[in-house]
Design a protein around this ligand. Sequence first.
Ligand code: NAP
Length: 244
Amino acid sequence: MINIDLTGKVALVTGGARGIGRAIALKLHEAGARVIVFDLDETGLNELKEITKEEVYKIDVSNFEEVQTISKIVLEKYEKVDILINNAGITRDNLVMRMNEKEWDMVLNVNLKSAFNMVKGFYRPMLKNRFGRIINMASVIGLMGNAGQANYAASKGGLIAFTKSVAKEFASKNITANAIAPGFIATPMTEQLTEANKEEYKKVIPLKRFGQPEDVANIVLFLSSQLSDYVTGQVINCDGGMIM
Ligand code: NAP
């Protein structure tokens, strides 16, 4: 029997209080890792803490200074982070013609700059221990673009390019970096879509349904484990066949 055992590993999930991030946090906890969560949703954070019995931090991951400050506190307590999942993300959809600077900046800062902030905050113990797993939550939109989502598509496309660069910079230290590109996953983020839109999207998904947060968490589990030791710089789609 193959068993994925992450006992002894410390994982950190951003945006882990709900949706895909919560499923990831629970999956890694189930596999034996100590799981720390950064998020803005205080209620979700407290619910998760009840389950994992580990630290949760209400923090804006797009804020460089805040991340560096909290990273010192986390590393003092846990001494290392082995598995870093940059999952926090937002949408502020609008056509480019109507999109304002704030909508552009917010999405780029939360979805892309946060990954830079987090890697800067936590790469040192990975280097020291010659082990690290960095997993960035991209999106199929970052591969294909989407009308009304230029900011989101640019942030996720940028995140994929960031992932590949980090993979190349850290490979010699046994630190891997990979991205996951989910399609439509049933979470509060996609709850905002109208029923009519959801039905339209399902038509272009070969599996004819939205994925579940757990489908994404399963890929994170694989990328966190030794089963993926020889995988780096990759984008793994989790989209019911939307892009192939
Ligand atoms: P979600 O349900 O909206 O959850 C995102 C979580 O991130 C929320 O708890 C949110 O907290 C938190 N967050 C937002 N901004 C933050 C910040 N600056 N600092 C810390 N935490 C922050 O989203 P999801 O659907 O699970 O998506 C998770 C990731 O997957 C995102 O990166 C998203 O782009 C990506 N993705 C999702 C789908 C999908 O279909 N759902 C598809 C492709 C990619 P607050 O709400 O309290 O601010």
